[in-house]
Design a protein around this ligand. Structure first.
Ligand SMILES: Cc1cc2nc3c(=O)[nH]c(=O)nc-3n(C[C@H](O)[C@H](O)[C@H](O)COP(=O)(O)O)c2cc1C
Length: 331
């Protein structure tokens, strides 16, 4: 067992949270993660109230959390004013906000006695998350699957760890981006994190909502096969702030448009229809497979419980081995 401040805080066995992945992280995945001793989160993403309601039912009362894409949350609330309150009434184990300013929503979440997790991509974001009272800050590196920014996990995690130690020692820290096996979990703890957020590795699980063609493409891919791009956001007609791109598998659609975003914008209506149809059909040359560099560490699609066991057993082994490397006490 690995015990950290994160396991104490959430009263869980393993210092692992599942990423609230748009479309892929439904209630079945989140519940399986929680039932395996970690903490599962439903991917509330752009705030589809009906989908979310089905997914909470699918979680069958397992204590799970829920995530939203922050820059879109006000828009989602304009469309469904009761969205956030109705989720908070379900007493989720945590609310996870990422990609944007959490301030307009933080107090509502904190007032509902719901732990607030803010995923950040920069030092400035980390300071803002601490200021709004986040209980857990997730430092996300660019290796991550899905949306993110440019900092590497290896440096953003210890940099944020130092800021937390100096300015808000009670705040917990998780690392995200590229963590798919025991080595990654052990490394994140060594960098000063209290735990990890795992996306891609759990995306390739029996319980995730992922088209089989996309899983097959990811199993074949190496870490070199991914790219960060805005192509699929333009193709989905989503107004993502420019600073965020998404990591996906390269494909023919990326080859055609990544260097010609203006051309894609000019042809948006036609290309969006093609892309959306391809997504429904799992046609991986046109629609993009959202997965991180960790795709190169993934070669099977096991049940969640097995993935969590491998992560923890592997980390225990690596931490033990690392301790064995120390032969003196320094000076
Ligand atoms: C398929 C997929 C969808 C994602 N969707 C979201 C999302 O809707 N909201 C969010 O906060 N993060 C999302 N992420 C990013 C995760 O929160 C997390 O930072 C990332 O998965 C960690 O890196 P890893 O994929 O290498 O484990 C997504 C990641 C993936 C792989």
């Amino acid at each position: 067992m690995i015990k950290t401040r994160l396991t104490d805080y959430f009263q869980i066995e393993h210092p692992i949270l599942s990423a609230p992945m748009a479309f892929a992280a439904g209630g079945k995945l989140a519940a399986a993660v929680t039932n395996a001793g970690a903490l599962g989160l439903i991917g509330g993403a752009y705030g589809d109230a009906q989908w979310l309601s089905h997914q909470f039912e699918a979680a069958q009362n397992a204590p799970v959390g829920c995530g939203f894409i922050t820059w879109n949350l006000q828009k989602a609330l304009d469309a469904s004013p009761a969205l956030l309150d109705s989720i908070l009434e379900r007493q989720p184990r945590a609310m996870f906000l990422s990609f944007g300013d959490p301030k307009p929503f933080a107090q509502t979440i904190i007032n509902a006695n719901t732990p607030l997790i803010c995923q950040v991509q920069s030092v400035a974001d980390a300071r803002r998350a601490i200021d709004v009272g986040a209980n857990v800050v997730v430092a996300q590196g660019a290796e991550a699957g899905g949306h993110g920014e440019t900092r590497g996990t290896m440096t953003i995690v210890p940099e944020v760890a130092d800021i937390i130690a100096r300015s808000s020692p009670k705040t917990l820290l998780c690392a995200a981006g590229g963590i798919a096996d025991g080595r990654g979990l052990a490394a994140a703890l060594a960098l000063g994190a209290d735990g990890v957020v795992v996306g891609s590795r759990l995306w390739a699980s029996e319980e995730a909502l992922v088209h089989p063609n996309m899983l097959a493409a990811a199993l074949e891919a190496t870490g070199d096969s991914t790219i960060r791009s805005s192509v699929m956001d333009i193709a989905r007609e989503l107004e993502w702030p420019q600073r965020y791109t998404a990591r996906v598998l390269k494909n023919a659609f990326i080859d055609r448009w990544h260097g010609d975003l203006d051309g894609l914008i000019a042809n948006a209506t036609e290309q969006a229809a093609l892309w959306k149809d391809a997504w429904q059909r799992g046609e991986v040359d046109t629609a993009n497979t959202f997965v991180g560099e960790a795709t190169g560490l993934i070669d099977d699609v096991p049940p969640v419980r097995e993935i969590i066991e491998r992560l923890v057993n592997g980390a225990e082994e690596h931490l033990g081995r690392a301790a064995g490397l120390v032969v003196g006490t320094g000076g």
